[in-house]
Design a protein around this ligand. Structure first.
Ligand SMILES: *[C@@H]1O[C@H](CO)[C@@H](O)[C@H](O)[C@H]1NC(C)=O
Ligand SMILES: *[C@@H]1O[C@H](CO)[C@@H](O)[C@H](O)[C@H]1NC(C)=O
Ligand SMILES: *[C@@H]1O[C@H](CO)[C@@H](O)[C@H](O)[C@H]1NC(C)=O
Length: 504
């Protein structure tokens, strides 16, 4: 970046900037109220004193002056305005002590923030709100009804920095914050966005959301490129976060739990609800902890990535699941660098599933559940599993609905295992013997019960050189025979899934 120092153009900017400064003072002085968007400020019934607004106006002037001094003044053509697009909910009468209901006040701040400042758009039909902020002013607000973004839609907006708590009569089928146009009170067919998406680039950050055991935390429906960052979401009964349709909701650096606990909770058996319910495609959950819920993350949309997720919600032994992939035959999920802590992963008819670099503690494992018997393109590789010696398989086939019959490209290998049963789709072993038959039983290690697609062996004899052959692989038992008895060692490598190179 090139920055101009001094010079005639810079001085011209300065002069124009100062002219603007004068008019800025005039505007701030004349209205004295804030925010002054759309001329509606006078009707807001502001409860906070005007002094705060003046202080803010002065602060804005000071930072503006500072920006002039730094040579970063706006270009001569751009209008200078006092209308901040930071909407402080306390300016709307929201009660930061949480004693009285603030739903209406915050909703009003939101609807003002959704007043479109320009004719810029993001996706066609989604107005660019210019980076407007709904600032919760570090307060903790009681909410009797959901904060649903306006049905007119919009994008480039942030809600941040405070706490919301559902009141005792909050509707149990709703969420504290809803990006959900059809739930909006202003929703009707004419106001809805012309796009199939209603919201784009909405950021929710620095929020503590307490659902007070009434409904959920955040619902993101038909939205694009949503960020949920640094949020702490508790006491939900449905979902901490619901993502439905749309795509690219990024949930990161957040903590979710139905109950506030640090593990080993005496009521763990009663935990219910779902931490994150992903019913859409192309989302990412990264660096997130789910510390209580019946299901940590429930996925029923494709191409989602879960990375750096620590689940210690309801233990598998109590009927819980860390990550449940309910996408039979089109899974397309990557689970990388996660920590499954006493609660495991379940995937129905997995087709394209990758689980790697993760740590499974307390007998947590991966259960591949047959629905229609299809399993294809599954990697469970390079993980660590630690258990208590109870004989739990690291990867387990649940064939209670019927056996897996359509199996291809399943790779389970390179896992480091302590106190659990190592399962793999490849194995090697050797036997020594004196005779004409050598048998290696791979059934204690191979994942599929009667399936060896590939065998490679070496017969090493120091005396004679007999003729020998592979005779049988039934039941995962490899049988090698020689035509004459010899003393020999036989080395065998087997593979349960060899890709069919004729198929693409
Ligand atoms: C948890 O469940 C048990 C048995 O179902 C019940 O006795 C107990 O009261 C429950 N605890 C809570 C906190 O609901
Ligand atoms: C191998 O078995 C044969 C009889 O089947 C016996 O004669 C021979 O001594 C054995 N060799 C060794 C090394 O044990
Ligand atoms: C392979 O072994 C199984 C089980 O022992 C047996 O039933 C089957 O007949 C054997 N097949 C051949 C070709 O020997």
């Amino acid at each position: 970046m090139v920055r101009r120092k001094g010079g005639g153009v810079g001085r011209l900017v300065m002069v124009l900037g100062l002219t603007g400064l004068v008019s800025l003072v005039a505007v701030a002085g004349a209205h004295g109220s804030y925010p002054a968007v759309g001329g509606g400020a006078a009707n807001l019934g502001l409860s906070a004193g005007p002094h705060r607004h003046r202080e803010r106006a002065i602060r804005r002037l000071e930072s503006f002056k500072a920006s002039l001094a730094a040579g970063a003044a706006p270009s001569p053509g751009s209008p200078i305005t006092s209308r901040s697009r930071v909407y402080h909910v306390t300016d709307y009468g929201a009660d930061p002590t949480g004693n009285t209901d603030s739903s209406e006040a915050i909703s009003k701040a939101i609807s003002d923030a959704f007043q479109v400042p320009s004719d810029h758009v993001l996706m066609p039909g989604i107005a660019d709100l210019g980076g407007a902020e709904i600032h919760l002013d570090g307060g903790s607000y009681l909410i009797g009804s959901p904060l649903t973004l306006p049905a007119s839609g919009g994008g480039n907006l942030k809600i941040h920095s405070g706490s919301l708590r559902a009141s005792d009569d909050f509707p149990t089928d709703r969420y504290l914050i809803e990006l959900w146009a059809s739930h909006s009170p202003s929703s009707d067919s004419s106001s809805a966005s012309s796009s199939s998406y209603n919201y784009e680039y909405i950021t929710l950050s620095g929020l503590m959301l307490d659902s007070n055991f009434r409904g959920g935390g955040i619902a993101v429906v038909d939205s694009l490129r949503t960020t949920i960052d640094n949020c702490y979401i508790v006491h939900f009964t449905s979902d901490g976060i619901l993502v439905q349709s749309g795509h690219e909701t990024y949930i990161r650096n957040s903590f979710l739990g139905q109950h506030i606990t640090a593990g080993g909770d005496p009521d763990e058996k009663n935990f219910s609800g779902t931490g994150i319910n992903l019913m859409g495609n192309d989302n990412a959950v990264t660096d997130v902890v789910i510390f209580s819920a019946a299901i940590g993350i429930l996925v029923s949309g494709q191409a989602n990535t879960l990375a750096g997720v620590h689940c210690y919600n309801k233990a598998t032994g109590f009927g819980g699941t860390g990550i449940y992939l309910k996408l039979p035959q089109l899974t397309q999920t990557r689970i990388i660098n996660c920590y499954l802590d006493y609660t495991g992963i379940v995937s129905e008819d997995p087709v394209q599933l990758h689980v790697s670099d993760s740590f499974f503690l307390g007998d947590a494992n991966v259960v591949l559940k047959s629905v229609n018997g299809v399993i294809n393109g599954v990697n469970v590789v390079d993980n660590m599993f630690t258990g208590s010696g109870k004989g739990v398989d690291i990867v387990q086939l649940d064939e209670s609905n019927g056996k897996f019959t359509n199996i291809d490209q399943v790779i389970v290998q390179h896992n480091a295992v302590r106190g659990m049963i190592l399962r793999s789709t490849v194995a090697k072993a050797s036997v020594d013997g004196n005779g004409s038959v050598w048998t290696v039983d791979f059934s204690p290690v191979l994942l599929f019960s009667d399936r060896i697609q590939y065998v490679q062996y070496t017969l090493l004899s120091d005396s004679t050189s007999p003729n020998h052959a592979l005779r049988n692989t039934s039941g995962n038992r490899v049988v090698i025979e020689s035509d004459v008895p010899v003393t020999a060692s036989v080395y065998v490598a087997v593979d349960q899934c060899v890709p069919n190179i004729g198929e693409f």
